[in-house]
Design a protein around this ligand. Sequence first.
Ligand code: ZN
Length: 442
Amino acid sequence: MFLKLILSLFLVSSVHASVVEEGFFIFDKEGKNLKLLTSHKEITIDHKNNRGYEAYGPKGLGKYLEMLKIDHEELAEMTEGNKDLNGYPTPKEIEAKLKKLALGNESFLKLFSIGKTHEGRELWMVKLSDNVELNEVEPEVKYIANMHGNEIVGRELMVSLLEELVSKYKSGDKEITDLINNSEVFIMPSMNPDGAKAKRRGNGQWADLNRDFPDFTTTDNSNDHKGREPETQAIMKFQAKHKFALSANFHGGSVVVNYPWDTHSDDAPLTSLIVDLSKEYAFEVPEMRNSSRFQDGIVNGFRWYHVDGGMQDWAYFYYNDLQVTIELSDHKWPNYSEIPSFYEDNRVSLIKYLNRVHQGAGFYFPEAKKAKGKVEIKKLKSLPTDVVTSVGTYPFSDGEFYKVLPEGDYQYKIILDNGQIKTMKAKIQFKADLTNGNYLAL
Ligand SMILES: [Zn+2]
């Protein structure tokens, strides 16, 4: 209680997101101070390693750490006079690159803004698909990078990935043509251009966007965008309009694939599938594959360090959109000349992961586009005995549903809100039937 009182003298708390105006590395090998620090919701912990962890908070955090004699050092990224972008493009230059990429490719690439940042910058999203202007019945997959403004590698890799996808689609590369023609791929290079411009973690209001989402384990559990940061609101509204089945968000400060949950110690639904997808990503990236810290280059978020209000868990819990968090680089702002080698290390995994959206099955109601209800999914096994295991029950709306699942035979029992029941069987095999994307018309 005494500490809470002292802390409140230093820190001003915000409604949702943590304010990240000061950032320190805390030397705390054994995590002795973790409990105390995380008991203050104003303090954000990130990137635990074998020496300690990062701690961010509003102005006053440094004074507080000094008062408690907690061994700490100011993070170089937070110090003033470190705003030189070091050769990296400005948000304006990224915007120009995306516009150039869209030019002449409008038949399969659509560049659009899903909202504006606090400082008025557009939040650019790229959609790649055939019939790109239409919302077709195809699996939807997305990548979002740079939600922490100073974690810049993801933004650059997204631009490089877009360049590769565009050039390979135009040259008729089979894998990329199949991907783009049979799915809807969404890529957002920068969710926090204000932070990227200022070379800082928070957005234009110093808020940590990856602590600003609804969280099913806290009191901030209503899936309502009101009162959140403008960038968070834009993502929440965008997600609600789509049927994403698979996604990833990209960070820096470590090299590992972090999988859900971040916010709870329980296993997330379909954990073995999530682990397989995470391992597949990590396997092609030498620094992940050979990681001495993280076995197989992957880690469960909660076991690493607890995060409330993260985007990954929000997407999976509220939208059944399987999302992982990919940490791309130990240095958050490495030398710009290193970007091509980061891309070279990640490009195969980036494309493979997008393709995995085709390991699933769904249905749609061509005559009832507003149909909604729930789907009970069971996994079937015909030999040696008829074993049936329940996968789960999922809501659906807008006459459409699709889910990424482990390979195998499934039964979907579709219970419409009007009382009608339909059943379908699905054989799920990676890329078994691209042409209909494994959708059944009901
Ligand atoms: Zn981050």
